[in-house]
Design a protein around this ligand. Structure first.
Ligand SMILES: Nc1ncnc2c1ncn2[C@@H]1O[C@H](COP(=O)(O)OP(=O)(O)O)[C@@H](O)[C@H]1O
Ligand SMILES: [Mg+2]
Length: 253
């Protein structure tokens, strides 16, 4: 461990804070991310795929998403699961029964790493099936690096925050994404306007950690929930689409 240059890691992690000369307050915000194991994981990521980390785009219950800059100067989104916040039982429900992780030893200590691997793998599968997700770039421990959706001045907004400006036809683009997700045989499981970004009039599906294969015992229940959520979303947009239309579109009835 001695060769780890914590100072350099911190410098590049706190690039934005230092650049903007922010105060102690910000440090507190990052407190949860800065456990030793996560800092070590960042060290690896900063060597491999990230030049520096800029600032948090989102601080959620279980994860912080940072904007970062990659080795080629491109923007990235870095999602870091907070080791202290994850609920073992909650996550296990979506990992147990997933054949892809059947032979993986699951413990309280490593469940968050499995979760991040699962999200990364789901992103790759969706990407391979043409689903509009942020391209996965790198994974190490509890950190997922992916393409950043947005521009220099702002990240892409969540759909729920721009509903009134949207053309109702966007619901058909979302249905097309759902169809590709079914073809990929992975049920998203938390699909709603809270996990769809809108950028240049296109929907981007995010937050795919809980997505499970169709063979998973919870898959039909989750699919039904996703369909209900999209039906409600269609209503909010004023589009005339019923649940059966969605199911027909997905070719599941
Ligand atoms: N690739 C990305 N590009 C831009 N913003 C992103 C990206 N991924 C996530 N975000 C932002 O971070 C927030 C949280 O990400 P999400 O994956 O939904 O995690 P959570 O589990 O906290 O809901 C999103 O609502 C979005 O605003
Ligand atoms: Mg989310």
């Amino acid at each position: 461990m001695n060769e780890v240059d914590f100072e350099d890691t911190l410098d590049r992690f706190l690039f934005y804070r230092e650049k903007k000369d922010k105060g102690e307050e910000d440090k507190k915000t990052y407190g949860d991310v800065f456990d030793r194991r996560t800092l070590l994981a960042f060290y690896k990521i900063l060597k491999r795929s990230v030049e520096y980390v800029e600032f948090p785009i989102s601080t959620g219950k279980e994860a912080v998403v940072f904007r970062a800059v990659g080795k080629e100067g491109n923007y990235l989104a870095v999602k870091t699961y907070l080791l202290s916040r994850l609920n073992y039982k909650g996550l296990s429900r979506f990992i147990d029964g997933d054949d892809r992780f059947a032979n993986v030893h699951k413990t309280k200590a490593n469940i968050v790493y499995i979760w991040a691997r699962k999200e990364y793998r789901n992103l790759k599968t969706y990407r391979d099936f043409g689903v509009n997700v942020p391209d996965p770039v790198d994974l190490w421990k509890n950190i997922i690096v992916m393409r950043y959706i947005g521009d220099e001045s702002k990240p892409a907004p969540l759909m729920k925050d721009v509903m009134e400006n949207l053309n109702r036809e966007i619901i058909y683009d979302i249905l097309a994404e759902m169809k590709k997700m079914v073809r990929a045989q992975l049920v998203h499981g938390d699909l709603s306007e809270y996990n769809i970004l809108v950028w240049e009039d296109r929907p981007y599906i995010i937050d795919v950690g809980q997505a499970v294969p169709l063979s998973h015992p919870l898959s039909m229940q989750l699919l039904a929930r996703d369909v209900r959520n999209i039906e409600k979303l269609a209503q909010k947009l004023g589009a005339n689409i019923a649940r059966d239309d969605i199911l027909r579109e997905l070719e599941v009835i």
